[in-house]
Design a protein around this ligand. Structure first.
Ligand code: G6P
Length: 621
């Protein structure tokens, strides 16, 4: 993961670099750092605290310059510590910002270099001293070892030795007005300004600085100078690299710097934004038509007779929910695979498969790789449900449904999940209609229920005070079990994921019918068992599973639809939801689980928006 910013300008670029890092903290926040060309030397400041502290450091140390690079890190190689923080210098000897003498090459990196061990051994043998455990420092020394007065040339030659994924930004003490960027497998954009040019992992980092964006392609190397830039691309089939023109797009990137308003954390704000986010995602939809998914969708949908969903994390759980919808409403076989598994396993491809990727960011490395893998197997009918219209995923897929959740800042996904569900329900209805399984009356009923979702969500959000009372109990627990059945089993999974991500309580989810095949052994009075209890066809079965828990002394915490007649009792705590909401019920039932995780985390005093060890956008495999 990690976030990169770089700049060559005629003004002091440190404030722009710092602002860019603040907007990229969603990519990782184990450490951060900035390096500039100042007084003929490389200077840097690095911190294992947040970007706000780095900002104070650079002000105190007087770090400024016309050229610089900056980085926010999600640790892969080496613990989160200052000596592992980027930027890395070649011949780095631990000199920090105040040092007059540091190395010759300064470099930041996002990605993983797989052959770093071999390269390190070779560079050590040639006298390079390493001060970090990172794979990144290897690239800095490698560029240095190939430097012969032309940094662009050295970077082009260096990347030929790298195996793995990278986006890098590099500058050199001996060429004061030049930054070189390169990418292969990790995102990097060029921001074109007037008399200045920028690099960033995401156009959002440059919002307000420039809206003229070039999306660099795999293998590109870019040379940034004050009033000009150029790009070279790798040659096809071993041919030499050559200069290329890439389109400059006007991108109205959102800075993501949303105000918290009355909320304590972004996660809470985002939970409460869900009525608006769903309303925006469904706005303007008058009827079900393939064109909702882009030009050419009718032809694509006519040519598929199964669906393969590829996603990671929370997005995979919206995919699992969609599988139930697709098979029951659209009568189309649907399969869901975790992207990191699918991309490396032998599978049996069928060209009549609709590949559906689901991703909030549109940049998740495993999901992108899984898409490419599916395509390489001849499955070219591709669609994404994605929250970022400018993302790599949207560019790569034939069709797209853009959710309008707005920037999601909390690492734990909430509004992105429910808006994905809204988009996937529309996809279900569209495939149902295409395949003759949706009558005009059914279409009208479903659309009516979708339009009513914002109001229905408000009623669920009003349960927050009751959830807070439960969260106080949960805060002292070390384990929790989540149960659901059918369409709500993925919701139980999502509830358990939310709780573990931000409160660090171990949580597992099971289909309630599976309880007796193992997890029941864990049930004691110390084990809260959260139960998702919609008033659907499986309710009576679920009630039997709840009895199995009670008989072992387990404490049930039940989110029950208003019309279920499940009552509070000794060891049975009930929060009453509104009446059953039919097929769209998962969109309502996930909300109190988000609130439970949120308030439990608050009660435990964790860093809710930036939970330990995690990041919002996972651009490494
Ligand atoms: C990370 C985030 C999760 C997210 C997952 C997939 O792990 O912390 O919230 O669900 O990545 O991200 P995507 O952007 O592809 O939905």
């Amino acid at each position: 993961m990690c976030g990169i910013v770089g700049a060559v300008s005629q003004r002091n670029i440190v404030p722009i670099l710092i602002q860019g890092l603040q907007r990229l903290e969603y990519r990782g926040y184990d450490s951060c750092g900035v390096a500039v060309h100042q007084g003929g030397e490389l200077r840097r400041a690095r911190s294992t605290s947040r970007v706000a502290e780095l900002n104070e450091m650079v002000a105190v140390d007087g770090v400024e310059g016309l050229v610089g690079i900056a980085h926010t890190r999600w640790a892969t190689h080496g613990v989160p510590a200052v000596h592992n923080a980027h930027p890395h210098f070649s011949h780095g000897t631990g000199h920090e910002a105040k040092s007059a003498k540091a190395g010759r090459i300064a470099l930041v990196h996002n990605g993983i270099i797989e052959n770093h061990d071999e390269l390190r051994a070779d560079l050590k043998a040639r006298g390079y001293a390493f001060t970090s455990q990172t794979d990144t420092e290897v690239i800095a020394h490698l560029v240095d070892s190939l430097y012969d007065g032309d940094l662009f040339d050295a970077v082009e030659r260096a990347i030929a030795h790298l195996k793995g994924a990278y986006a890098i930004a590099v500058f050199c003490r001996d060429e004061p007005l030049r930054v070189i960027g390169a990418r292969e497998g990790s995102p990097l954009v060029l921001g074109v300004g007037v008399g200045e040019n920028f690099l960033a992992s995401d156009a959002m980092a440059l919002a307000g600085v420039t809206d003229q964006i070039v999306y660099l392609e795999e293998g590109d190397v870019v040379d940034l100078q004050q009033g000009k830039y150029w790009i070279t691309a790798k040659g096809e089939d071993g041919a030499a690299r050559s200069r290329v023109e890439r389109p400059v797009k006007t991108v109205h990137a959102h800075s993501g710097a949303a105000e918290l308003g009355p909320y304590r954390h972004y996660m809470q704000k985002e939970i409460f934004e869900q009525p608006r986010a769903i309303g925006d995602t469904l706005e303007g939809i008058e009827g079900i038509t393939p064109e909702l998914f882009g030009d050419g969708a009718a032809e694509v949908f006519a040519n598929v007779d199964k669906v393969l969903i590829l996603a990671c994390g929370t997005s995979s759980y919206s995919g699992m929910t969609a599988k139930y919808w697709l098979e029951s409403i659209a009568k189309i076989p649907a399969q869901v695979e975790i992207a990191s598994e699918y991309r490396y396993r032998d599978s049996v491809p069928d060209p009549r498969t609709l590949i559906v990727t689901i991703t909030q960011s549109g940049e998740t490395a495993d999901t992108l790789a899984a898409l490419k893998h599916a395509r390489s197997l001849g499955m070219t009918n591709t669609l994404t449900v994605c929250n970022v219209s400018t993302s790599a995923m949207v560019r790569e897929c034939k069709l797209a449904y853009i959710t309008r959740a707005g920037a999601e800042i909390g690492v734990a996904s909430t509004k992105a999940f429910t808006t994905q569900l809204a988009g996937l329900f529309l996809l279900t209805l569209t495939l149902a209609k295409t395949r003759g399984h949706l009558s005009a009356e059914q279409e009208a009923d479903h659309l009516k229920a979708m339009r009513h979702l914002p109001v229905a969500l408000q009623a669920v959000l009003a349960l927050e005070p009751q959830v807070i009372a439960w969260a106080e109990d949960f805060a002292s627990k070390e384990n929790a079990l989540f149960l659901g059945r059918g369409l709500h089993y993925p919701i139980a999974l999502e509830g358990a994921l939310k709780l573990k991500e931000i409160s660090y309580i171990h949580a597992e989810a099971y289909p309630a019918g599976e309880l007796k095949h193992g997890p029941l052994a864990l049930v004691t009075s110390a084990m809260p068992v959260v139960t998702v209890a919609p008033n659907d066809a499986l309710l009576e079965k679920l009630k039997s599973n709840m009895q199995e828990v009670r008989a072992r002394g387990g404490q049930l915490y039940v989110f029950a639809d208003g019309d279920t007649r499940i009552e509070s009792d000794s060891g049975v705590h009930v929060i009453r939801m509104p009446e059953h909401y039919g097929a769209l019920s998962p969109i309502l039932h996930v909300v109190p689980l988000q609130l439970l995780a949120y308030h439990t985390a608050c009660a435990r005093g964790t860093d809710v928006d930036k939970p330990r060890n995690l990041a919002k956008s996972v651009t490494v495999e």
